[in-house]
Design a protein around this ligand. Structure first.
Ligand SMILES: *[C@@H]1O[C@H](CO)[C@@H](O)[C@H](O)[C@H]1NC(C)=O
Ligand SMILES: *[C@@H]1O[C@H](CO)[C@@H](O)[C@H](O)[C@H]1NC(C)=O
Length: 366
């Protein structure tokens, strides 16, 4: 098993960066991609770091580092349909165009979500009929606009409470669980090629919420509606992530229903700042286990980190006093977790699973 690893090393050592690149190793481990979400310059502005953009853009542009991307914000309802029936793809297109120019896989995110929703959706007095029309128009128009560009769509995002019951969103209040069926049915017709995902957080450890996600997959399948994947967002706190075995068990439970799986928004935030050797070591372990779990189960196709550069992370804006959740510090040095990710991927190239064999073939035929 180890011989695979040593033969691969000289090839990777010839690359321009001192450290091995992540997507290169992800492919060697048999994954389709290792990607990074990214925001548009307009949305990054709040970090006040324009001078960092060229170095940031160069890292993202390297397909050996990140083979996939997704717009952190630009395809959300708030941006694409800010007024009823008025569509604006400016923000979403920036990342979609970047993916096309650079030859990256594009994950598209997200069609129906209760948060970052255009205010008119919650302000309107709906009947089941009018909301059905509004969801249909939204999903159809957005999915058709990006048709052919999305490897996958997060069709419905965060429909579950922590105990596995349905979240009381405007969509659920008016339509019940039928809104989920509607969104997947319309997305499936609008973009037959894109993989259609249910995406949520806290879907990485066995329990009530995971059972809720399994219920969604089964509900759609029983109605003959296409669902292709479950997205585990994987927003963790350092020292608080599920174990490797728990994550493998959960991925296998989704796979048992015949869907693929991806880690869609991976980050591991430190609950106290500044970072210490100890908190960074906990973070490294959590990144390593998450990536290892995906790399070890055939059904898990890829990993996306929710941006890669700490100043552009959502974390400090949402969890006061927390941060340093990504793989690059503000000065562009890498976190110890970077090496945890590489270690997990390298370890998986040594596996004798069919996925790893495919991966090694990909590496040497490149
Ligand atoms: C569309 O969105 C962009 C970016 O947010 C904005 O600059 C532009 O004014 C919007 N266009 C319209 C017609 O509202
Ligand atoms: C490393 O690979 C072995 C199989 O070769 C596996 O049992 C183990 O869980 C892996 N460890 C990590 C952290 O990926």
């Amino acid at each position: 098993m180890r011989s695979h690893l040593t033969t691969a090393l000289p090839l990777l050592a010839a690359t321009p960066l001192a450290s091995a690149q992540i997507n290169k190793w992800a492919q060697a481990a048999g994954l389709k991609y290792f990607g990074a979400a990214t925001d548009t310059p307009g949305q990054r502005e709040r970090a006040g770091l324009e001078a960092a953009y060229p170095q940031y853009d160069a890292i993202l542009a390297d397909n050996d580092m990140f083979g996939s991307t997704t717009p952190t914000n630009g395809q959300k309802w708030l941006f694409v349909e800010p007024e009823q029936g008025v569509f604006n793809f400016t923000e979403g297109d920036i990342t979609a165009d970047l993916a096309a120019e650079q030859g990256k896989i594009l994950r598209c995110h997200a069609l129906v979500w209760h948060s970052q929703l255009a205010p008119w959706v919650e302000a309107t007095e709906w009947t089941p009929e009018t909301l059905t029309e509004a969801i249909t128009l939204h999903v159809q128009t957005v999915a058709e606009h990006y048709k052919g560009q999305c490897y996958a769509w997060d069709v419905v995002n965060e429909a579950l409470n922590e105990d596995g019951t349905w979240r009381e969103s405007v969509f659920y209040e008016v339509l019940g669980e039928d809104y989920i069926k509607l969104a997947f049915r319309v997305a499936s017709e609008a973009d037959p090629e894109a993989k259609l995902y249910y995406n949520d957080y806290n879907l990485e450890r066995p329990g009530a919420k995971v059972n809720g996600a399994l219920r969604i997959v089964e509900m759609l399948q029983e109605d003959g509606i296409r669902i292709d994947g479950v997205g585990m967002q994987a927003h963790f706190t350092a020292g608080g992530a599920p174990s490797l075995d728990e994550q493998i068990e959960v991925i296998e439970s989704y796979a048992a229903l015949g869907v693929e799986v991806a880690l869609t928004e991976l980050d591991v935030r430190l609950e106290t700042l500044p970072p210490t050797e100890e908190t960074l070591a906990l973070q490294k372990e959590d990144y390593k286990n998450a990536v290892a779990a995906c790399a070890q189960v055939d059904a898990c196709v890829g990993v996306t980190v929710w941006d890669f550069y700490d100043p552009f992370s959502w974390v400090p804006y949402t969890f006061e006093g927390e941060g340093a959740a990504l793989l690059w510090f503000e000065d562009f040095t890498v976190h110890p977790a970077y090496n945890g990710v590489i270690a997990a991927l390298k370890n998986a190239t040594g596996l004798c699973a069919s996925k790893a064999k495919r991966g090694m073939a990909q590496l040497f035929n490149a």
